[in-house]
Write a protein that binds this ligand. Structure first.
Ligand SMILES: C[S@@+](CC[C@H](N)C(=O)[O-])C[C@H]1O[C@@H](n2cnc3c(N)ncnc32)[C@H](O)[C@@H]1O
Length: 396
């Protein structure tokens, strides 16, 4: 399943085939991608014929959503516009001033002591193209297609470490290349998709879908980084500035937007503190989210790099008393396992053999009388067995 996106912490590109296969037996038509980020998950569901709603607090994710979900015009319509944008001469503007640096015999550190994200020849093109997009785009969707193309092109020549709170000391080899826009890989169909840019809690009460896919941030377990910096808005602030073109006041060594600076609080899903009961606040938020969602099924993505432990998520699911099948993916060993929650399982593996694994919790929203029982763990290597497991649990 080919999808398109920027380099993104937590991108679910690799698990897309598994996710699609996991929900295939469930007769799903409408899907909410509630924390859509790159929109790769939404693109994959659209490509497999579903009606998709995306949502993310990030403006650039909305722009990507409008490009991949809402655009109805073919690539041939955009090609001449993209050719024109690639040809216009660069100019020194706000982006060059803030993020452009000289080759400096390989060093990306400028005279002010700060490292830069791009080389000047590329930020000059960015400055010129960004303004021209507002001049020539005929409507919102067209603008979103062109902005997506611009962001994808700039992502290919950056000199970051994968996010935008620090840049490399020596230029990445790709930074010497010249950025070149291409028409995004558009997906055209007749379904009525929707794109939202809201806090998820402001949305879930208002929509109903067959499947809600949730891939929240879960905070960070990186003890060395100030939590305020380990936030999505902070990590990808330049994409926001490119979309808004609002030339905001900048702060700190990475020239971050002031509105994502260390003193501005982030999403509740990025909260690293515990509540008075000693439970991570993010876990409380996940429980509330599952409860408030109007969907037949929810798939919750989880990996062990965040603060919330696997056991804490299992506890939430136990309290909610909903049927749940859990798929565990270990890329390195290429093993998958599916299981239902159980104390036995918890005691066996919680916190031990669980680093660097991805999980998909498939939850049937209807409440059941299941409180707990000793489901055994099933090591599997095919998704057919995941479907068998769903049948055993009585998923319809
Ligand atoms: C792990 S990433 C999602 C990655 C995405 N599945 C992908 O494949 O690209 C989490 C996303 O949640 C968004 N986010 C954080 N808090 C949110 C909230 N309260 N409501 C909606 N989106 C939120 C962030 O902007 C970020 O894009």
């Amino acid at each position: 399943m080919e999808t398109q996106g920027i380099k993104y912490t937590g991108s679910k590109r690799k698990i897309l085939p598994i996710l699609l296969e996991l929900v295939r037996p469930l007769n799903i038509r409408t899907v909410l991608d509630g924390f859509s980020g790159t929109t790769r998950v939404a693109q994959a569901f659209k490509k497999s014929g579903h009606t998709v709603y995306t949502n993310d607090v990030a403006v650039w994710s909305k722009i990507f959503g409008e490009c991949y979900l809402l655009n109805k015009k073919p690539a041939s319509y955009y090609q001449p516009i993209v050719d024109h944008l690639n040809k216009i001469p660069g100019k020194y503007g706000w982006f060059s001033e803030s993020y452009g640096g000289r080759p400096n015999s390989g060093s990306a550190v400028e005279k002010d002591g700060k490292k830069r994200m791009w080389q000047l020849h590329n930020t000059k093109k960015l400055d010129a193209i960004r303004d021209e997009i507002d001049n020539i785009a005929k409507n919102k969707i067209e603008r979103s297609v062109l902005l997506t193309s611009l962001i994808l092109a700039m992502d290919k020549v950056d000199s970051s470490v994968g996010h935008q709170v620090s840049y490399l000391r020596r230029w990445a080899p790709r930074a010497y290349n010249t950025m070149k826009m291409e028409v995004p890989r558009l997906i055209i169909d007749n379904n009525k998709h929707k794109v939202y840019q809201k806090d998820i809690f402001d949305l879930v009460g208002d929509i109903e879908v067959d499947l809600a896919y949730y891939d929240p941030p879960y905070g960070s377990s990186n003890e060395l980084m100030p939590p305020s910096r380990v936030r999505y808005a902070s990590y990808y602030h330049i994409w926001q500035s490119i979309c808004l073109n609002d030339k905001p006041k900048l702060v700190g060594v990475a020239n971050r937007r002031e509105d994502v600076g260390d003193t501005v609080s982030g999403s509740i899903f990025e909260e690293y503190k515990k509540n008075l009961d000693g439970q991570y606040i993010v876990i409380e938020a996940i429980k509330k989210l599952i409860e408030n969602t109007n969907a037949k099924y929810i798939v919750l993505s989880y990996n062990n790099n965040g603060r919330a432990t696997f056991g804490a998520i299992l506890d939430v699911l136990k309290k909610l008393r909903m049927k749940c099948s859990i798929l565990e993916m270990d890329y390195k060993k290429n093993v998958m396992a599916t299981m239902a929650w159980t104390n036995e399982w918890l005691n066996n593996t919680n916190g031990k053999d669980s680093r660097n694994k991805e999980y998909l919790f498939l939850i049937q929203k209807a409440k059941t009388n299941i409180i707990n029982s000793n489901f055994e763990i099933k090591k599997i290597n095919t998704l057919e067995l995941a479907a068998v497991h769903q049948r055993e649990l009585g998923f319809k």
